[in-house]
Design a binder for this molecule. Structure first.
Ligand code: SAM
Length: 372
């Protein structure tokens, strides 16, 4: 059996999610769309993805209805087309709820679209409909449906789990500015952590990045060392509680003066405190330069850093502190557009270039390179 499925994710992470899907077992990616990866998987249970926000059964699809309220009734067709297949292993059914999103401006609200499909679907399935218009959360056991209008298609999806995948059981303590777990998981994948590596988050907050990295490598033989620091005592308490018995060492320190030897870190994972929600304290209060200098000091020559940076200025600062980007990807996250960057030390790149220059003196246009 090949079940048509859709993974929803942050804008900008579609390719990483597709890679995780293909690596998770017998699955084939069929289409990448805005915030969606369409795929088929063998068997009744979808893969447990860490980089996706949620996984859904593809229930029905038709052309988008356009921008006007008048066309809302056309969405009822989705309720008629939907395959009301029950995902395996869910709790008892107490009705349905729908959450809608659309691209572009429309003359109707998301609640109008949700109610148009939800009422028709509930009628067809003979179950109660819990409208989200009231602001009251649907009761436990309500089946979560999702409606997306992307300008080309109107798509109706049915969640395969009781809870959205992005809600992690470990995250009992959150703090302002805490990272979206699927994004943290994607950053850990990009970091390509090897057995025995030492992984650092110098501003670890509630610990999301290190926890996702540790959970991605549960094998005890992997033996990576995860180290988190933060200036805030509340962050230390939250990260320690969230990490529970995972092998993560969390301590209080200023990221501008880390208690670490030079060149001792293989991988850095961090979203430093220059976003809108958290301010930098201690030695970083005067500006980010100190953070970059310390990062550069502790990172081994072969080390790399995967960072979430608030804006273009932060990416420029990385270049000014002798890092070279391997990847710069703009994301959309809670109304902001931060940059996901993967950096390596400049001397690695320069070292290669120097070696290349020595071996291959610059050829003229169209002439083959010759070694001296
Ligand atoms: C954006 S938050 C990190 C969130 C974290 N990734 C999470 O998922 O919860 C930035 C963190 O930097 C910390 N911070 C601010 N100034 C610092 C400093 N000088 N040294 C270490 N940590 C600092 C803040 O306390 C905050 O926890």
């Amino acid at each position: 059996m090949h079940t048509p499925l859709v993974a929803r994710c942050l804008r900008g992470l579609e390719t990483l999610v597709a890679t995780e899907i293909v690596g998770s077992g017998p699955a084939a990616v069929t289409e990448l769309r805005h915030r969606e990866v369409h795929f088929t998987a063998a068997g009744p249970l979808p893969p447990q993805l860490r980089t996706a926000d949620d996984v859904f059964l593809l229930a029905a699809r038709r052309p988008d209805i356009g921008t006007t309220r008048r066309a809302l009734r056309e969405l009822v067709e989705l309720a008629e087309l939907a395959e009301p297949t029950e995902p395996v292993g869910l709790s008892e059914h107490t009705g349905i709820d729908i959450s809608a999103s659309f691209l572009g401006s429309r003359t109707f609200t998301r609640y109008d679209a949700e109610d148009a499909v939800g009422q028709a679907l509930a009628h067809r399935l003979s179950v109660p409909y819990h409208s989200r218009r009231t602001g009251i959360a649907p009761p436990p056991g309500s089946r979560g449906w999702r409606l997306t209008l992307d300008g080309t298609y109107a798509t109706l999806l049915l969640r395969t789990e009781d809870r959205p995948l992005h809600r992690r059981a470990y995250k009992r303590h959150a703090l302002p500015g805490t990272l979206h777990p699927p994004l943290a998981a994607a950053m850990a994948v990009l970091a390509d952590i090897r057995p025995g590596a030492t992984v650092l988050d110098p501003c670890c907050g509630a610990g999301t990045l290190l926890i996702e990295a540790a959970l991605a490598h549960p094998d005890a033989h992997f033996r990576a060392h995860f180290r988190g620091f933060d200036l805030s005592p509340d962050a230390i308490t939250a990260a320690s509680a969230n990490a529970d018995d995972l092998p993560i060492a969390i301590h209080r320190a200023d990221a501008g003066r880390l208690p670490l030897p030079s060149a001792s870190i293989d991988r850095v994972l961090c979203n430093p405190p220059w976003g809108t929600q958290v301010s930098a304290g201690g030695l970083l209060a005067e500006g980010p330069s100190r953070w970059w200098t310390e990062l550069r000091r502790v990172l081994a020559p072969t080390g790399t850093a995967v960072l979430l940076l608030a804006d273009r200025d932060a990416v420029t600062a990385a270049l000014e502190h002798d890092f070279t980007p391997v990847l710069v990807q703009r994301l959309r996250l809670s109304g902001a557009q931060p940059f996901l960057v993967h950096l390596m030390r400049d001397d690695r790149v320069r070292g290669k270039a120097d070696r290349k220059e020595r071996v291959l003196p610059g050829p003229g246009p169209g002439r083959p390179a010759r070694t001296p």
